[in-house]
Ligand binder design. Structure first.
Ligand SMILES: C[S@@+](CC[C@H](N)C(=O)[O-])C[C@H]1O[C@@H](n2cnc3c(N)ncnc32)[C@H](O)[C@@H]1O
Length: 407
């Protein structure tokens, strides 16, 4: 690993932030990757790299495509931690480490500075002022050829940072488009091929995940904040270290995180997933059944234990989030999951918080686009009932906090 000479000074030692944040970066990156099936980054920048967490996330999400990773990390102890964790690993990409963005810019030619993906994970919160954060995020966007991922703790403060940085990049990209006299909402194929062949940056920016729109965050200035949860298994040493009041700790913890993944270019204009679809009511469906099929289905007739109301955040289930987006509308619960991908159009809402079952209805809080071009969004409570729409009801039953929901 190469390291540039000067250090800006050390920050916190590497064992002092919650290791629970580590699986949130692969989760946030994985969520974005599932929306970008043809994206295979070869050059990566990890800002505030710490012990190189993003590198581990990248290896998990894109194991084959990585060729080069640049780390920006001012703390010498962190740099050493990263080095020792990577020691003896085989098949690593080329790794360069820099103390600061300025050091990276000094050491790289202008044409060599763009990265397919830039990640800042749990680092912006360490930058004390909003002005400095904005400066850094602008620099990170300048270093981004395609996708920028920002991850912060799932707290009101973390969410505020993500919301502000999201707004800033979208605003900046829009302003640049206006200056260039172009609309950021129309992509032409000629333009795409010129961009690809000349290595120029695409105009505009849009959100890949978690937001299905590029408008103002509808949770901004409300009592709620947008965040997600990753279940993390505790190691025995973590359990021993964190044991409180002699009580044994649970074998897992639910780590909350906030994130945004932004991509250069224009949000693709796709049909919405429910366009042209017609759904039967339960009554219509039952009327079509053959008399010999009319075996009493106890689950349909009576609310089961499962259907009892589940408290808001208590009912955390293991998060295989975004899995549901791959298997919409399967009538048969045992059917194998189809490996399809939700497109990047604005028709896929995002479920925020745990869906709540009340009898045979399911309530979900969904952030969704209210315009086809994805320019505005809203946070709506949606109630899906088995009587009105058994197909969507089945899908809602399988859905988890963080999954996509079709409109
Ligand atoms: C909480 S750690 C996160 C480490 C890693 N990204 C992760 O997710 O595990 C924050 C890191 O940001 C680094 N950092 C703080 N200020 C920085 C700055 N101005 N430029 C670059 N990195 C910075 C710290 O040294 C620290 O390693």
């Amino acid at each position: 690993m190469e390291t540039s000479a000067s250090s800006i000074g050390t920050t916190r030692p590497w064992h002092m932030w919650p290791p629970a944040c580590l699986p949130c970066t692969p989760r946030a990156t994985g969520s974005s990757a599932r929306r970008l099936p043809d994206f295979s980054p070869s050059k990566v920048l990890d800002f505030g790299a710490g012990p190189g967490s993003a590198l581990w996330a990248m290896r998990e999400v894109w194991p084959l495509s990585l060729e080069r990773i640049n780390l920006v990390e001012p703390s010498k102890s962190m740099q050493r931690a990263a080095q020792s964790l990577l020691q003896d690993l085989k098949g690593l990409p080329i790794i360069h480490s820099y103390d600061s963005i300025q050091a990276l810019n000094r050491n790289l030619d202008k044409h060599d500075r763009r990265h397919d993906i830039v990640i800042s994970s749990y680092a912006l919160g360490e930058i004390p002022s909003l002005t400095d954060r904005i400066t850094i995020v602008r620099q990170l966007w300048d270093l981004t050829r395609d996708v920028l991922v920002l991850v912060e703790p799932g707290t009101p403060h973390g969410s505020k940072i993500i919301t502000q940085m999201r707004s800033y990049i979208l605003w900046m990209a829009k302003r640049k488009c206006r200056k260039n006299g172009e609309s950021s909402n129309v992509a032409s194929s000629d333009e795409k091929s010129i961009v690809q062949s000349e290595g120029l940056l695409k105009n505009g920016a849009f959100v890949v995940a978690p937001c299905p729109h590029d408008g103002r965050c509808p949770l901004e200035n409300t009592s709620k904040y947008c965040h997600f949860v990753q279940r993390l298994e505790r190691t025995s040493s973590q359990r021993a270290y964190k044991r409180s009041k002699g009580e044994p700790l649970r074998g897992f913890e639910d780590e909350k995180f906030c994130f945004v993944a932004l991509r250069r270019g224009k949000r693709p204009q796709e049909a919405w997933p429910l366009d042209g679809m017609e759904f039967e009511t339960l009554k219509e469906r039952l009327a079509k059944r053959n008399p010999e099929d009319l075996i009493i289905d106890f689950e349909d007739q009576f609310a089961t234990e499962d259907d009892a109301e589940s408290p808001f955040e208590d009912a955390l289930v293991p998060y295989a989030s975004d899995v549901a987006e791959t298997n919409m509308f399967h009538e048969n619960e045992n059917e194998e999951e189809e490996q399809t991908h939700a497109d990047l159009g604005s028709g896929w809402g995002r479920i925020v918080y745990t869906p709540v079952r009340r009898g045979r209805q399911i309530q979900m809080d969904i952030c969704r686009s209210t315009k086809r071009d994805g320019s505005e969004g809203a946070f709506d409570r949606m109630v899906v009932t088995q009587a009105k729409n058994p197909t969507l009801h089945l899908q809602a039953r399988r859905s988890l906090w963080g999954d996509l929901w079709p409109f």
